[in-house]
Design a protein. Sequence first.
Length: 478
Amino acid sequence: MQRDFYRYVAVLAGISILTMYVEMVVLPSLPKIEKQFDITEAESSWILSSETLAGMVFAPLLGKLADTRGRKNILMYILIVYTISVSFTSFAPNFSLLLLARTVQGLGLSINPLSYTLLREKLSDRELPIAQGIIASTFAVGAAIALPIGSYIAQFFSWEVAYQTAIPFLIIVSIIAYKVLPSSSYLNKGSKIDIMGLFLLSLGFLVFGIGVTEAPNWGWTSIPFILTLIISFISLFMFVRHIGKVSTPLIDPEDFKNPNIAVPLLSSFVTGFGLFLTFQSLIFLFELPKPVGYGMTIFETGLTLAPIALVMLVGGPLFGKLVQVIGYKKIIISTSVLSLITILILASVVTLDISVDELMTILIFTLLFVAGMNVTRVTLLVASSSKRRMATITGTNTAMRLMGNAIGPIVAGSLEDTFKTPLLVYMYNQIPIFTFIPSRYSFEYSFFIAAITVLAVIILATKIKEIMPTNEIKLSGQ
């Protein structure tokens, strides 16, 4: 390995760990935030979805800007705004301002794709899969720190303090990045930003998200819900027609003609949806009172989920190395099949009297295989992209993943609001007083939906043209 490999990877991994810490530290606190701001499970899902929906919009925009203005320059601007938005989130006095700050925080979700493009530009084809495996695994490192330590701070101080602990480290790592990271050698000055495409895509997913959030109150067959679906469909249909006509579309239809680019992009959406749907469900399952949930505190939930993060930490580099020997297609298909099997087992047993240890065993294997799916998919995408357009393509990939990330928690929250079960709170003059909490069937349905998304990845992966990482990919027109 060259000396630059260690310098660049260390800095970019440090940035990614911090951003993942910030994103994951809020997860165990979702039920507490729900009570703090007096909101429903469906409304609380927007704590995650507001950021990912904004990230979906920002990612292609920032990808274009990175191609035209330089990847390091854009990365530095993102870090500055991201640090400020994290500060505002931790001091939000009400739910509306919390969502606004989290929306701006969505900028940070573009950091990892920009890191991949910087590495692609500066590292050799042999070093690239290993570097990207390390960067992909920083999701797990950040989670491994955030879940036990962040949840401890949130439990005994507050979730706001847990957020604030990241601010000084973000400032330090931003300064180091400015000093160490190289400027971009490849600039595409002629690239323009597709504002209309951004508007149509954002409108479609925003209206869909609002409709699914309100469906438990309106009714799943009500006229308002059906109208939101129609408006969303029309917006997305107009978006598809629009990108086929403009010269610099937000998402280039030409990218979908190469299966080694199309499959990772489409897979990003379905895996993003399934993964965030699963995380949202798990947090509430762990912290809901018995007998529906496990009655855990925020800290106990963080400790319980921490081993999952460590498994994903191992999985990223492991599958990054296996790709060099086995190839992309075989790794993606095999890990997807194994993920499907474990998620189906999870869906089948969640309504039973299963212990936390048994549940965690299934989850550990599930997320190990998911880690293999994700790092292989991203590496294949970057290896199949030209250096001239790789920031744009990885920005599109992030947008596709964040579309799924945005919708997953909303669907999970709506299922939790729809399928309720009564829980006896106390007796008042011999009259039972009940509250209604999500039933275990809501989690079963969530996991079955996640399994369907993995099945879609398997079907898509059969279209991949097998290559080895040592080969240089030549795309048409490059």
